[in-house]
Design a protein around this ligand. Structure first.
Ligand code: CAO
Length: 437
């Protein structure tokens, strides 16, 4: 028998009482697992509450403007037969008994609307990250939730709209004026669908005409990462600087470390983290973010590490990497990659990064052009090391060479600075004593 279950707000980190600004489904809609049910927007960031399982939406328990926190019931969903078995640890508990978990503003729905079924139970999704990349303290557009929804529907980036209401608040008329100006070619631009970029439409192809196909929905991580990557690729003028580091001695040392202790596995990546921190200290513009016409230089060293998971790419952050040794970093790296792959990373563990490293060295390849993780200004790609003949002035000697690919935001960093950065990095990896300087 089909079971009605509660879809709850998952772990959203330290955020509480967050306004619902958009309902993404209607009663009667069929939703797939991880499909967005509602959008929440704090004063600094937004997130979608995903459906924890596939099924038919039987009731929506929140309305626009409600403020809700972790554990609040967003909807009641009649789970598809096959979704019941894969929904994580559903507690069989009557819906009515759960009502107090919903904060007051969201629980105004009278008790009589609760379905009369004792089969209803709650199912929570894994933690969901607010779009940490969109966090822009002090620069958040000032507008009501309704205006935010309106702007979103039209694909307007509120950050580009000037508010004419009291205190600079953006009103509906401001958004309409912005769109009118954009349509008239006045410079303003709707930000989605390629409209602002004036691109031709995406090709529409009936693939089945050419052979058998299978359709597979993108995972929630794919969708979130994809949206961020597309924005970063379109908005940041990327340049990639390539270099190679002679890591022959470093590898010998790493192997010795592996023999001396078996507690943690030490991979080349932790040496890269240390060398990157030293390079960031030497060249502070790489440890910065662009904020309007200002550069925000950070005096802390939090390094994001791209981790490949079956559901897509995530970037947990190692905090204060300057204060940690190789073994502590190895331990933390093992922990965060395991957590990432088990989908147990909390939003806090994925925010606050200064610079990211994407290592494909364990897999292969000679070089690649990583996409910058905005609002950072540079990212280091690392490929697989190879023994190569290197001229030492007298002869060719076999040396282990590590390929480095540094993508940087050319608005902030010049080519010369990037070449200095990778040269510094390569020297530090070649002679680890330089990290002590
Ligand atoms: N050259 C040669 N060998 C390397 C290497 C390199 N640059 N980097 C790692 N290796 C070796 C390791 O030493 C290890 O070998 P042993 O098992 O023989 O000791 C092996 O490759 C596997 O390493 P690993 O990948 O498990 O560990 P890591 O610390 O290098 O990386 C992590 C950890 C989480 C970054 C990695 O598992 C991962 O997910 N990488 C993919 C990141 C990604 O997808 N980036 C693309 C983003 S853009 O789409």
């Amino acid at each position: 028998m089909a079971q009605i279950k509660q879809a709850l707000v998952p772990d959203i980190g330290d955020y509480t009482d967050v306004p619902v600004i958009e309902l993404l489904v209607q009663v009667g809609d069929h939703v797939s697992k991880d499909q967005g049910l509602a959008t929440l927007e704090s004063d600094k960031a937004t997130m979608e509450v995903p459906a924890p399982f596939a099924g038919i939406v039987r009731e929506i328990k929140v309305k626009l403007g409600d403020t809700i926190s972790e554990g609040a019931v967003v909807a009641l969903i009649e789970a598809d037969d096959d979704a019941q078995s894969d929904a994580p640890a559903a507690k069989a508990e009557p819906v009515a008994a759960k009502a107090e978990a919903t904060p007051s503003t969201a629980s105004e729905t009278p008790a009589k609307t609760e379905p009369e079924t004792s089969a209803a139970s709650e199912t929570r999704s894994p933690p969901v990250s607010f779009d940490a990349d969109s966090v822009q303290p002090d620069k958040v557009p000032y507008a009501s939730p309704a205006v935010r929804v309106f702007a979103r529907e039209l694909g307007v980036d509120l950050a580009q709209v000037k508010g004419s209401e009291r205190g600079g608040r953006i009103g509906k008329a401001d958004v309409q004026g912005f769109v009118k100006a954009a349509l008239a070619g006045g410079g303003g631009a709707a930000s989605t669908g390629g409209g602002g970029l004036n691109l031709i439409p995406w090709p529409k192809v009936d693939f089945a005409k050419f052979g058998a196909i299978e359709r597979r929905p993108l995972s929630r991580i794919n969708k979130l990462a994809g949206a961020n990557l597309a924005r970063n690729w379109a908005m940041i003028p990327h340049v990639t600087q390539f270099d190679e580091a002679d890591i022959t001695e470093m590898e010998a040392f790493r192997k010795r470390l592996g023999e001396e202790q078996k507690e943690v596995k030490v991979t080349p990546l932790v040496f890269l983290i240390k060398a990157v921190v030293a390079a960031l200290q030497q060249y502070p513009a790489f440890n910065a973010s662009l904020d309007g016409e200002e550069l925000v230089l950070k005096q802390y060293f939090n390094i994001g590490i791209a981790v490949d998971t079956p559901d897509g790419l995530v970037v947990p952050v190692i905090r204060d990497a300057d204060k940690k040794g190789l073994l502590a970093l190895s331990k933390e790296l093992a922990e965060i990659s395991a957590k990432a792959r088990d989908k147990k990373l909390g939003p806090a563990e994925m925010s606050g990064g200064c610079f990211s490293i994407s290592s494909l060295g364990g897999i292969g390849g000679t070089a690649f052009t990583p996409i910058i993780n905005a609002p950072e200004v540079a990212i280091l790609g690392v490929s697989k090391s190879q023994t190569k003949p290197v001229w030492n002035g007298k002869e060719f000697a076999p040396r282990l060479m590590l390929p480095l690919s540094l993508s940087y935001d050319h608005r902030v960093i010049d080519g010369a600075a990037a070449a200095r950065f990778t040269t510094f990095l390569a020297r530090a990896l070649t002679d680890l004593r330089r990290l002590l300087l």
